[in-house]
Design a protein around this ligand. Structure first.
Ligand SMILES: Cc1cc2nc3c(=O)[nH]c(=O)nc-3n(C[C@H](O)[C@H](O)[C@H](O)COP(=O)(O)O)c2cc1C
Length: 392
């Protein structure tokens, strides 16, 4: 295969490089995967307005997200177990994002720890927080993110309990993988992945193992979430976390205008319109389809970001046109990482950057900050008229 030109090609390559249980962990949604599929499919239905004879020189994709300058408004979303797509995956993805000039968000459920990533990067990254019942541990995670110089806290609101992904159960997903014949076979048939894994010590949940009370070994993500994540999480906890953190706060997982207004009332800096990439409530609408009503509900009171289903720069453009100030990619960068390590994350970002740039130009704009609803084509598809019947 030549150099990948699309995110789909990176995905095909990752499928051949990454053991099945970890590839499937990325490429799966809850239950029927209907929401996962809708996230991608609904972008295709949105059409762009083609303009001609507009000066296309000196184009700029630079923008800001929560006041931080970004080379394009596309951040890397927090993803658990990223260090299982590729050895030291979080460090490599953070370095790629830093060089590219876009934010990297480290998941609570990462393999490389906050300190690991801070030690291998030079600019601040963002930290995503899951709230556990043990508030002392939550407070310690927040302090560690502060000490590491993280410039934003992304608080995930849509995972108080875990949605079910059939593939993970069937695959017996764990980190590190178990030593059953099935798992040994999956690893043995991915020799490059396996060899790279032998070169790192980071094989389990770096933020948790050795930090949370009584957790020495944490192979099962699902049993940990079931036992530790707080199903009682409420809006008053958001206020407590905001106070503990004291910096830029982003609330992730908003899909409803009423929740969006409540989120804006907390004084947070941004919300992410997100259904967790279709991994939580299957049957929820796609995130792009609810973006307009959420933008309308909050107006200018809070910055609105979006994730879910972005597979190209065109999708980024469409989200910006519908009112998002910034976007995030989850699976696209994971596929790049699984396929080619750090170089693959850069490839994913580069593919999206090129597509966004050309799309913007062909829509007649030179500055991405000018993206708005006027760049979308609103007319309905033309229905072919029935041929006239010959007169009798
Ligand atoms: C493999 C995987 C792991 C994820 N882990 C987390 C996580 O630890 N914390 C979180 O807030 N969101 C997590 N998400 C959701 C992403 O942050 C993001 O909402 C989603 O991936 C966006 O959809 P996309 O993958 O279609 O771009 C995860 C998503 C994937 C695919």
């Amino acid at each position: 295969m030549g150099t990948p030109l699309t995110i789909a090609e990176l995905k095909a390559r990752a499928r051949r490089r990454v053991p099945k249980m970890f590839f499937d962990y990325a490429d799966s949604g809850a239950w029927t995967e209907g929401t996962y599929k809708a996230n991608e499919a609904d972008f295709a239905a949105i059409k762009l307005r083609q303009r001609v004879l507009v000066d296309m020189t000196n184009r700029s994709l630079q923008s800001t997200m929560i006041g931080e300058t970004v080379s394009m408004p596309v951040a890397l979303a927090p993803t658990g177990l990223t260090g299982m797509q590729h050895a030291d995956g979080e460090i490599l993805a953070a370095q790629a994002a830093e060089a590219f000039g876009v934010p990297f968000t480290l998941s609570t459920m990462s393999i490389c720890s906050i300190e690991d990533v801070a030690a291998h990067t030079t600019k601040p990254f963002w930290f995503q927080l899951y709230v556990m019942k043990d508030r002392t541990f939550v407070a310690s995670l927040i302090s560690r993110a502060k000490a590491a110089g993280c410039s934003a806290l992304v608080l995930t609101l849509d995972l108080q309990i875990l949605g079910q992904r059939h593939k993970d159960i069937r695959n017996g997903l764990s980190a590190p993988p178990k030593f059953t014949p099935k798992h040994v076979w999956q690893v043995a048939t991915r020799p490059f992945w396996a060899w790279e894994m032998t070169q790192t010590k980071r094989h389990s949940f770096g933020n948790i193992v050795g930090h949370a009370k009584g957790v020495g070994d944490l192979s099962s993500l699902s049993s940990w979430t079931a036992e530790q994540f707080d199903p009682r999480l409420s809006w008053s906890d958001v206020a407590w976390i905001k106070e503990q953190w004291g910096g830029k706060l982003i609330l992730k997982g908003i899909m409803d205008p009423e929740d969006a207004r409540r989120a804006a009332d907390t004084g947070a800096d941004a919300i992410i319109v997100s259904n967790h990439g279709g991994r939580q409530l299957d049957g929820a609408p796609s995130s792009i389809s609810v973006l307009p009503e959420i933008v309308q509900a909050v107006g200018d009171s809070i910055e609105v970001h979006l994730d879910g289903g972005i597979r190209s720069g065109q999708d980024v453009m469409k989200a910006l046109c519908l009112g998002a100030k910034g976007t995030y990619i989850g699976r696209p960068f994971l596929y790049g990482l699984g396929a080619y390590g750090k170089r693959g994350v850069t490839m994913a970002l580069d593919i999206i950057r090129k597509e966004l740039d050309i799309t913007m130009a062909l829509c007649g704009k030179r500055d991405i900050r000018e993206a708005g609803p006027d760049l979308l084509h609103h007319r309905l598809p033309v229905v072919e008229a029935e041929p006239a019947r010959p007169s009798q």
